[in-house]
Design a protein around this ligand. Structure first.
Ligand code: GDP
Ligand code: MN
Length: 358
């Protein structure tokens, strides 16, 4: 389960981690703001990169706040429309760092990950330091020293030990699988503040957290990247069919980019979000859609396909095979938009291959 930033910060605060004193604005609810300016207005969506997408705005007056609020509520960020905003006092930033804790499944351990630079452009893979952590005994004294060395702040050993230790506590006690602080900010007065937080909790542990009551998030699709430079994206329903679809693409000597199971609860919004994510792959030349609908409804998928066609300018050719629940309605909707469907997956793959390799 992915938490929204404000939900994560609320948990972190309980563990003594320093977070900005924030307040919440919900869509279509009036709010009385009791805070001085400047403020930062932050969209609450369960994806990163909000800053780049215009979802983080600094405001210096009530008018600017009003304007920013309206603007952010109308934004689409990677397919998500924010329903909640977080208002925080603007920080006086001396430097931004990166710090996270996650479960490293390959090494079967909890891992602390740090980088001397944080913020919006941290995607570059070089320069990360990692520490493998056990459950229970860890030398945070040493980690504090090493973090201070990495960050180039030798005087901050004690503070960084404290941050790392509390982050670890918060991670373990809450059965998290990810807790990422980016940026961890050092303010001009020398304190470390968790300015942004991304947190994922282990759903399998929910039985021992009766207190977990988080905002409902939209239905998510099961999406796995197979190859960032893949040329064929796939959309299917059911894990088995989704895997078979990926295999079928490969058997035609094409490179599949992703595995995608839109799941039984797929609706227009969740499938449209899947299209948005697919469009982030730079080399995508076609999308193969293979739906054998039981609980999934073909008409919902068709509506998402139609919306994707009108909203995404760069959408590559689609090859679509639909069967099952509400197929007739879906076929009618697609026909009205001149979007053809094919009778078999094989026909889709042949057509895809022709598009790619001529
Ligand atoms: P993200 O883009 O979704 O990761 O959102 P962040 O909360 O990390 O915000 C993006 C960037 O906004 C940060 O890296 C900061 O450089 C910048 N920023 C400027 N002032 C502030 C501030 O007072 N608070 C926070 N959280 N970010 C600020
Ligand atoms: Mn961030």
């Amino acid at each position: 389960m992915k938490l929204l930033e404000y939900e994560a910060k609320h948990l972190m605060n309980q563990f003594g981690l320093v977070v900005p004193a924030g307040s919440i604005i919900r869509h279509n609810e009036s709010a009385t703001i009791q805070a001085g300016f400047s403020l930062v207005v932050k969209s609450q969506v369960p994806v990163g990169g909000r800053g780049k997408a215009g979802g983080v705005i600094v405001v210096d007056s009530i008018d600017e706040l009003q304007e920013a609020t309206e603007k952010i509520f109308s934004l689409q960020i990677k397919g998500y429309t924010p329903r909640t905003l977080l208002l925080e006092p603007r920080l006086s930033i001396a430097h931004e760092y990166y710090l996270s804790i996650l479960i490293n499944r390959e090494a079967s351990c909890i891992q602390l990950v740090a980088h001397a630079e944080g913020g919006v452009e941290i995607e570059s893979q070089a320069g990360f330091s990692t520490w493998d952590l056990g459950v229970g005994e860890n030398d945070f004294e040493l980690i504090g020293q090493q973090l201070a060395k990495l960050y180039g702040t030798p005087g901050d050993t004690a503070q960084l030990k404290d941050v790392a230790e509390k982050l670890y506590e918060c991670f373990v006690v809450n059965d998290a699988t990810l807790l990422e602080i980016n940026p961890l900010v050092k303010t001009t007065d020398g304190t470390y503040i968790c300015a942004d937080a991304k947190m994922e909790l282990d759903d399998a542990a929910s039985f021992r957290h009766k207190d977990w009551g988080f905002e409902d998030k939209p239905a998510e699709v099961n999406f796995v990247t197979l190859d960032d430079r893949g040329e064929v994206a796939t959309i299917a329903n059911g894990a088995g069919l989704a895997m078979a679809t990926v295999d079928a693409v490969a058997s035609y000597d094409m490179v599949p980019a992703n595995f995608l199971d839109v799941g039984g609860g797929a609706n227009k919004e969740s499938v449209l979000r899947a299209f948005t994510r697919i469009m982030e792959y730079p080399d995508i030349k076609t999308i193969v859609i293979n739906i054998f609908a039981g609980i999934t409804r073909c008409d919902e998928v068709a509506r998402a396909i139609i919306a994707a066609r009108s909203e995404i300018d760069t959408l590559p050719p689609l090859f679509i095979r639909l069967a099952g629940t509400n197929f007739e309605e879906a076929a009618k909707l697609l026909e009205q938009e001149d979007i053809p469907t094919l009778a078999t997956l094989d026909a889709c793959l042949k057509a895809a291959k022709e598009t790619i390799h001529g």
